[in-house]
Design a protein around this ligand. Structure first.
Ligand code: GDP
Length: 167
């Protein structure tokens, strides 16, 4: 993780957006620290977090923000809803509009249905989300920040796609 700056080939800015309480902070902690916080908010005062990964032989530092209004300059976005909260999925279209209005045209977006561990509380079917994502040209994955399922793979898909867009 402690990669010297001189070895970094690219820095990619990524934003994590979506309704409040869908799990944005926890997804970020899972990806950057492999941690989940069972008590309250953990990122007070922290503007962004980073993780350095290797993609196709290149050392890429992902600089990830989970505060709204940081779309400018972002190469990728993770648009998160909560699979147990229908409303958070119904708002996704608005978040896409927000991104199209304020972010770069070529921004890569992955739609994320989080809290996939809460199987008995599911309120959004995978099929509905897949259909929406295909319609809008978004990547899609369901994750659990709690148990870690698909969190790394979702970030890697996003970063690999950014890499293929910008290079
Ligand atoms: P944010 O407002 O979008 O940043 O949401 P948080 O990351 O603060 O999470 C909101 C609440 O959902 C917290 O109580 C988290 O512990 C919980 N949470 C987040 N991700 C998951 C998950 O994958 N599964 C479950 N069961 N709870 C989660």
């Amino acid at each position: 993780e402690n990669v010297p700056e001189s070895r970094i080939d690219y820095v990619y800015k990524v934003v994590v957006i979506g309704d409040s309480a869908v799990g944005k902070t926890q997804i970020l902690s899972r990806f950057t620290k492999n941690e989940f916080y069972f008590d309250s908010k953990s990122t007070i005062g922290v503007e962004f977090q980073t993780r350095t990964v290797t993609i196709k032989g290149k050392v890429i530092k992902a600089q990830i923000w989970d505060t709204a209004g940081q779309e400018r300059g972002a190469l990728g976005a993770m648009l998160v809803y909560d699979i147990t909260k229908r409303q958070s999925f119904d708002h996704v279209a608005r978040w896409v509009e927000e991104l199209r209005a304020h972010a770069d045209n070529s921004i890569v977006i992955i739609l994320i249905g989080n809290k996939a561990d809460l199987v008995d509380l599911r309120a959004v079917s995978t099929e509905d989300a897949v259909e929406f994502a295909e319609d809008q040209g978004l990547f899609f994955s369901e994750t659990s920040a709690l148990n870690g399922d698909n969190v790394d793979s979702a970030f890697f898909r996003l970063l690999e796609q950014i890499y293929s867009v910008v290079s």
